[in-house]
Each structure stands twice: as C-alpha cells, then as structure tokens.
Design a protein around this ligand. Structure first.
Ligand SMILES: *[C@@H]1O[C@H](CO)[C@@H](O)[C@H](O)[C@H]1NC(C)=O
Ligand SMILES: *[C@@H]1O[C@H](CO)[C@@H](O)[C@H](O)[C@H]1NC(C)=O
Ligand SMILES: *[C@@H]1O[C@H](CO)[C@@H](O)[C@H](O)[C@H]1NC(C)=O
Ligand SMILES: *[C@@H]1O[C@H](CO)[C@@H](O)[C@H](O)[C@H]1NC(C)=O
Ligand SMILES: *[C@@H]1O[C@H](CO)[C@@H](O)[C@H](O)[C@H]1NC(C)=O
Length: 451
C-alpha cells in the first residue's frame, strides 16, 4: 500500500472507529494504538530478552542445576530458541549451541550463554574443554516427553550429544522441565505497557468489526467479517497466530478450529475467537455480539435479557477462576476449587484457561482443557506462576427463555499478575456488554477498500 493512501485511510479509520465505538461502549471506547516503528520495537524487545536471560543463573540455582545446554540446527530449532533469539534473528544458524551457566563457578564473568555457531564439528572439543573447566554436576537438556517448552531437543541432536559428550557428561544430564517453563512463562515489567496497547487494539478491532459500519445484516457473511479482521490487522502492523474465527451461535454450535460460513442476520448472536501477534507477544480473545432485529413492526433496541444473563453468568465464572488462581497452586487444584464453587452457585459450564505471552498457548500450568474438563495430567499439575499472563477461557451454559434453548456463552480475556496488588488484572477489561450491531438494512455494505 502507498504510504500517502495509508495515511489518509488511517485518519478516516480512526475517526470512524471512535464514533462507532462511542455508541457501543460509551464508558470506555477503545482507540487504535500505534506500536513503535520496527527498529524501535527491536531494541525494546532485545532489552526484554536480555533482562529475561539475566534471570537464568538464578533459575538454575533454584532448580539445582549449573548449566543448561541447548543444541539445535537451522530449521530444527529448540522451542527455547524463539524466546532467547534477538528480535532481528530468524532461524538458528548452522548448528547453534548455547550453554547457559550459573555464574558462581569458574566461568564467573564469562557470558551466559556461551554461544557457538558451527558446521565443522569444532564446537565439540571447545564445549568439552569448557565443561572440564566448569565441572557442572547437573546439566539440563530439553528432553521432556510431555512439555513442549522443555522438550525441544531434536532426536538427531541428542544422538550427536551422546556421541560427542560421551558417557561421562551424559550421566550428568538431567530433565528439569520447570526451568524452561519458568523462563518462558515469566514476563518482565516493561512488557506490560506494550501488551496493553495490543489488547486495546484487539478491543478497537472488536468494537469496529462488530458494528453496522462493517456488518450489513442479510448481506455480510461471517467469512467476510473474518477477512475484514485480517485486512485490518495488516493496517495495524500486527499479525495473527490465531486466525479470526467467527460464528453465528445457535444451540448446537460450538466453534472449534473453524468458524461458520453464514450470512449474518438480524437476531443473530455472533462469536469470535482470535489473537494478534506483535513484539514477541500474543493475545487471545473471545467476545460476543448481537444483531438487533429492526426489520419488524416492533424493532429491538437492546439485546434480549436472556442473552445478557448468559454473559453475566460467564462473567461470574471469570470471577471464580481469578479468585482461585493463587500462585503456587496447580492448575488442577484451581480447576477443582472453581468447579466446586460453580456447583455451589448452580452454574454449569466449562473452564479451559491457559498461560499466554511468547506463545498464544504459553508455557505453564493449564486450568482445564476442552477434552479434559476435570483434570489435566502433567501440565495441569504444574504450579501457577506469578509474573505471568493468563488467558481466562471458559463458557457458561445458560437457558435463554427468548430462544427456548440452552446456549454456551463463550468468553476469553487476558489477565496479568500484579505484584503490587498480588492478584490478577484484566489487561484491557472484560466483556460485560454485547457488541451491538444495529440491524439497519438501509446502510450499504462497507467495502474493504475503505479500510
Ligand atoms: C543477541 O545479540 C547480542 C548483541 O549482538 C549478542 O551478544 C547475543 O549473543 C545475541 N543473542 C543470541 C541468542 O544470538
Ligand atoms: C556474572 O558475573 C559477572 C562477572 O562477575 C557479573 O558482571 C554478572 O552480573 C554476573 N551475572 C549474573 C546474572 O549474576
Ligand atoms: C427484512 O424483512 C424482509 C421481509 O421479512 C426480508 O425479506 C428482508 O430480508 C429483511 N431484511 C433484513 C436485513 O433482515
Ligand atoms: C504501519 O507501518 C507503516 C510502515 O512503517 C507506517 O507507515 C504506518 O503508520 C503503521 N501503521 C500503524 C497503525 O501503526
Ligand atoms: C421449548 O423446547 C422444548 C424442548 O425442545 C419443547 O418441548 C417446548 O415445547 C418448547 N416450548 C416452546 C414454548 O416452544
């Protein structure tokens, strides 16, 4: 796109959005936020990475190890690569070997990680020499069978290590999955301000996308709307890890990995699940919208009460999960306590919340899984960590009298741990009101070219 055109369209886009958003959320209309230019993003991200890497020596100490050895080849990177690489790096080069170490050793003063980029085999004698000087008794390898973040050592690399390091050093290798989990999951304070901007962009997209500026009932399809979101993300200079999936919600609809392809009609309840990616961070949000029925002698001016009550029930479930989400508890324990509380309050529904950050589905304990509603082996047994972000993902069942049906009210909002208040906070807020599409058939469809 030509810069001049983009400038003009951005001005009209921002202006249009403020107007529409003002109608929908009079208290706090979301405003599109500009992220810094790429060069500045890279230097900010590199500082975050440096801050996070500086925590590794104390993490090694916490988990009783002295070294963390990461071996990988270009295109067969360890999962950890994506959390330690510099912003302008892409794949690992050739064979990239990283040795993170604990400073309280003969290597004090040496950089951590020590880094080799090699395709001649020279790395091995040098690495052995370092290990002899340093003499670590426990060397972490990312060889976990269940946790991806701690299991990124490719099998070819493991064979090479067995051959090159030999029995003496291999006997000192250990699998300590929490080292990788905690390293990836924990955020540094500077990240939040930018994550907030991203979340505000998510809400601005939702407020504009679910409005009569973009949707013409009887004409626009859910697929059209998904593509509107994709185009608009491009204008905002963000990408996606979780493609927008938009569905018309009915009794049986339960959007999984794909949305529906329906013409949006008056009286529809709409659902979206999507996430944006920028600056090494990811978001994950699910909201609901309603298309007012105006095409009758008795036009609606508000969302049916039964739908509002359903959303309220999901909001209550969010409260319950956050109240129970005490750092140190396992995800499974949080799940058990939350399900008990729901039972006491007569709420039926399901919880499947997860960490978020470097990845849309980030390292750390999960609180339920869609197919494992009561207990999640291994990952659900990990502790909830402070200084992390979570995506509170769930649905309440609610009987909607107006429809004579029980409907799932799916919600997903992102929270961050606050050291100050020792509790979780919604990063932008949570949906307590439906996005409303005014079913005004006189309006023409908004063309994507106008975006
Ligand atoms: C990132 O860049 C710095 C400075 O150039 C360098 O010292 C460091 O090794 C790089 N990190 C990685 C993982 O390549
Ligand atoms: C490692 O040691 C060097 C030199 O003693 C020191 O400057 C650096 O801060 C140490 N790093 C950590 C994480 O302790
Ligand atoms: C309005 O109602 C008429 C008659 O029922 C129908 O043909 C038309 O598709 C409706 N328009 C919208 C936008 O729902
Ligand atoms: C997106 O990036 C382009 C190119 O750097 C820039 O001109 C434009 O202002 C950016 N748009 C937003 C919304 O940040
Ligand atoms: C509501 O649905 C139930 C079960 O599907 C049905 O038996 C009943 O007749 C319906 N009630 C009305 C008012 O349509």
């Amino acid at each position: 796109m030509f810069p001049a055109m983009l400038r003009v369209s951005l001005v009209s886009l921002l202006w249009g959005c403020v107007l529409i958003a003002g109608q929908l959320h009079p208290l706090e209309p979301a405003q599109y936020q500009r992220l810094p230019p790429l060069r500045q993003r890279a230097s900010i991200q590199n500082q975050w990475i440096a801050d996070r890497i500086s925590r590794i020596p104390s993490l090694l100490q916490k988990y009783g190890a002295q070294a963390w050895l990461i071996c990988q080849r270009e295109h067969a990177e360890d999962t950890i690569w994506w959390s330690v690489k510099n912003a302008t790096d892409f794949d690992a080069h050739r064979r990239t070997v990283l040795l993170f170490h604990n400073n309280q050793s003969s290597l004090a003063g040496a950089p951590s990680p020590l880094k080799w980029i090699d395709n001649t085999g020279d790395v091995w004698p040098e690495l052995l020499d370092i290990l002899h000087q340093f003499n670590p008794s426990r060397i972490v390898l990312n060889s976990d069978e269940d946790i991806a973040f701690a299991g990124g050592l490719h099998s070819g690399e493991l064979s090479v290590l067995r051959r090159e390091l030999g029995q003496y050093w291999m006997a000192r290798t250990v699998n300590i999955p929490m080292l990788a989990v905690e390293f990836v999951a924990k955020k540094v304070p500077g990240q939040l301000a930018y994550y907030q901007k991203m979340q505000e962009n998510v809400w601005a997209l939702l407020e504009e996308g679910f409005s009569d500026k973009v949707i013409t009932p009887g004409v626009t399809t859910t697929e059209d709307l998904s593509w509107w979101f994709r185009e608009k993300m491009q204008c905002l200079n963000v990408t996606t890890w979780n493609q927008p999936r938009i569905s018309v919600i009915t009794k049986d609809s339960f959007p999984g990995w794909s949305g529906s392809d329906d013409i949006i009609q008056e009286g529809d309840m709409l659902h979206i699940d999507f996430g944006i990616t920028a600056m090494g961070l990811n978001t994950d949000t699910q909201h609901l919208a309603y298309v007012l029925t105006t095409n009758t002698s008795d036009p609606e001016t508000d969302v049916p009460q039964g739908l509002k009550d359903g959303l309220k029930k999901s909001n209550r479930m969010q409260d319950i999960v956050l109240d129970n989400m005490k750092p140190g508890l396992s995800g499974n324990e949080v799940l058990r306590r939350s399900l008990d509380q729901m039972k006491q309050e007569g709420i039926q529904g399901q919880i499947y919340s997860h960490p978020i950050g470097d990845w849309g589905h980030d390292a750390g304990s999960v609180i339920g899984f869609l197919n494992l509603p009561d207990d999640v082996p291994v990952i659900g047994e990990l502790p909830i960590l402070q200084d992390t972000y979570y995506s509170i993902e769930l649905y309440a069942y609610h009987f909607v009298p107006e429809w004579n049906e029980t409907i799932r009210f799916m919600q997903e909002e992102n929270v961050a741990w606050s050291d100050e208040s020792q509790s979780w906070h919604y990063i932008r807020g949570r949906q307590e009101k439906f996005h409303i599409v005014f079913g005004d058939s006189k309006r023409g469809p908004v063309l994507l070219e106008q975006v």
